[in-house]
Design a binder for this molecule. Structure first.
Ligand SMILES: Nc1ncnc2c1ncn2[C@@H]1O[C@H](COP(=O)(O)OP(=O)(O)OP(=O)(O)O)[C@@H](O)[C@H]1O
Ligand SMILES: [Mg+2]
Length: 245
């Protein structure tokens, strides 16, 4: 099957600092593709580079086979890519409903049906339509961010650590929602620190280390890989690592 999204040997970084040194991955229809790796490996940078938030100096990004390398964010949105960054992914002073409407800003048609679908996808938001999004719990804010990203029915959804800082209960809920979104036909590229849980829901996964692909396989392959287990699947990570954006 032709991939929906393809990252081919991406090279790039910030200023003179090269972060991505040849990152390659693919996301096909129906897939949840997970990226794990140590802090600073270039996971967020990989997502940002797809979304035109930094300039790639090498490699190619393909969407449905078309070259979209270094396409600016607003054009990426119009072409069907949605990106939920780890932080600052909602407008805190705007209501939940206004946030979702902002997600539809490039739509000229009537999106009321889609809005209703989003509330059905995130039931805890139903009673909070007119509440400022910034006053919600962390898990609910994450739902607003994802709902906003889904308003345009993207061809692919990029999620950067949606469970960071959440309680185990909310973490589980977010992983379930990711699976549900995927089941409605949206392929997902998901960066996660909670490697074990993420690999359990992954169709396939990549381990990035120092800006390069290190391992790849199905979620269960990587769960069973001793080197991956040693790196990521231990009793837990030092608390300090989780705070890092
Ligand atoms: N805007 C920026 N300007 C300069 N350097 C940056 C910028 N953003 C990230 N970096 C650096 O790029 C490297 C990769 O960062 P990136 O955020 O992609 O890592 P990550 O794999 O997502 O890590 P984490 O698990 O901590 O989120 C790090 O060394 C980081 O300090
Ligand atoms: Mg990151």
């Amino acid at each position: 099957m032709r991939p929906v999204l393809e990252l081919k040997s991406l090279v790039g970084g910030y200023g003179d600092t090269q972060i991505l040194k040849g990152v390659s991955m693919q996301v096909s229809l129906g897939e949840i593709v997970v990226i794990i790796g140590p802090n600073g490996a270039g996971k967020s940078t990989s997502l940002k580079s797809v979304f035109g938030l930094l300039t790639l100096t090498g490699g190619q990004v393909l969407l449905e086979g078309q070259d979209i390398t270094n396409t600016p964010p607003e054009k990426c949105v119009r072409r069907g890519i949605s990106f939920v960054p780890q932080t600052e992914n909602i407008f805190p002073s705007m209501s939940v409903n206004e946030n979702l409407e902002m997600g539809a800003f490039v739509r000229k048609d009537d999106f009321s049906g889609r809005l209703a679908e989003i509330y059905d996808m995130f039931p805890p938001l139903k009673g909070k339509r007119h509440v400022p999004a910034g006053t919600l719990s962390g898990g609910q804010r994450q739902m607003v961010a994802m709902g906003k990203a889904l308003m345009l029915q993207p061809k692919v959804l990029l999620l950067d650590e949606p469970t960071a800082g959440l309680s185990p209960k909310y973490r589980g809920e977010i992983f379930e929602i990711v699976q549900r979104i995927n089941a409605t036909g949206t392929p997902i590229l998901l960066v996660e620190q909670n490697a074990k849980q993420a690999l359990r829901i992954a169709t396939r996964a990549y381990v990035l280390v120092d800006g390069r692909n290190k391992h790849e396989g199905t979620g269960s392959d990587l769960l069973a890989n001793p080197e991956v287990a040693h790196m990521f699947l231990g009793a837990g990570k030092p608390a300090g690592e989780l705070a890092h954006g």
